[in-house]
Design a protein. Structure first.
Length: 238
């Protein structure tokens, strides 16, 4: 049965969000793809899938913007079966170490990368609750958010926002634990070539999006399995 999916951060044709949108569309699903600025690539995809692709403008750093997008979606669909919180950010100082890092950049990054996904979950909860197949939320985290495995001296913003996203995922999971039709996980998606300058990463975004799509389906009703997982479904240390 086709499902209805919301994916955030989908405007860059070379990045993971756009490939996920393509994979779900190719699978026959209905996709709400969110962006914060116009995307030619997504507009072109809309020509191919005019009935099943809905482009939503949503800045996840703004509660007002997220709530407005949820209202718009409520006018277009009766339910959502899956949210993939893919959008994220990193500051200009992300590769710097403590002495050179402007610490005032951490809070805005956390506002996007950790609070943003949970804003989305909160605003779209009424649509998730109406899923006829049981809804899943996937928060795309990172190994960089693991406190137990932290080895870096940089990523003060990115690591912190992903660690905070993991905490928020677990807290929301506790909140919905008795709801058999609602599940939430966070995932380290692997090292993917989502940046045109990065040829080192082993995973191709389009190929990998399909691996992730299939993995997510195994987690929809898995309320007892690991919550922070890798792209092979293994638990990752918090
Ligand atoms: N690539 C990897 O190897 C890797 C490894 C581990 C984890 N991840 C995670 O996987 C996910 C996808 O990675 P990626 O490399 O494909 O990401 P990316 O290229 O950095 O794309 C991030 C997306 O988030 C959007 N975004 C930023 N701020 C936003 C805001 N305030 N509101 C709404 N959207 C916003 C960006 O929009 P604009 O285009 O408008 O800037 C962009 O489309 C991310 O969560 C990342 O942390 C990636």
């Amino acid at each position: 049965m086709p499902q209805t999916v919301l994916i955030t951060g989908t405007g860059r044709p070379y990045a993971l969000g756009f490939s996920l949108v393509k994979r779900y569309l190719e699978n026959g699903d209905c996709v709400f793809a969110s962006i914060r600025r116009p995307s030619e690539a997504l507009e072109a995809l809309k020509q191919e899938y005019p009935d099943r692709l809905h482009i939503l403008t949503m800045d996840i750093s703004s509660t007002e913007s997220v709530n407005a997008a949820a209202k718009e979606a409520e006018g277009l669909t009766s339910h959502l079966d899956l949210i993939i919180n893919n959008a994220t950010t990193a500051s200009a100082d992300t590769m710097k170490e403590l002495p050179d890092f402007n610490l005032d950049l951490i809070a805005p990054a956390v506002n996007v990368g950790a609070v943003g996904p949970i804003r989305v979950v909160k605003a779209f909860m009424p649509l998730l609750k109406k899923s006829p197949i049981g809804a899943l939320v996937v928060n795309i985290s990172s190994e960089a958010g693991s406190i137990g495995k932290c080895y870096r001296t940089f990523y003060l913003d990115y690591g912190t926002e992903k660690a905070a996203l993991n905490m928020l995922t677990m807290t929301v999971r506790n909140y919905i634990k008795d709801d058999p039709n609602l599940n939430i996980i966070c995932i380290h998606p692997g090292w993917i070539r989502t940046n045109p300058g990065n040829t080192e990463a082993p995973l191709d975004p389009y190929e990998h999006a399909e691996t992730l799509r299939k993995l997510f389906e195994t987690k929809r009703h898995d309320k007892d399995g690991p919550v922070f997982i890798t792209h092979t479904g293994e638990p990752y240390p918090w």
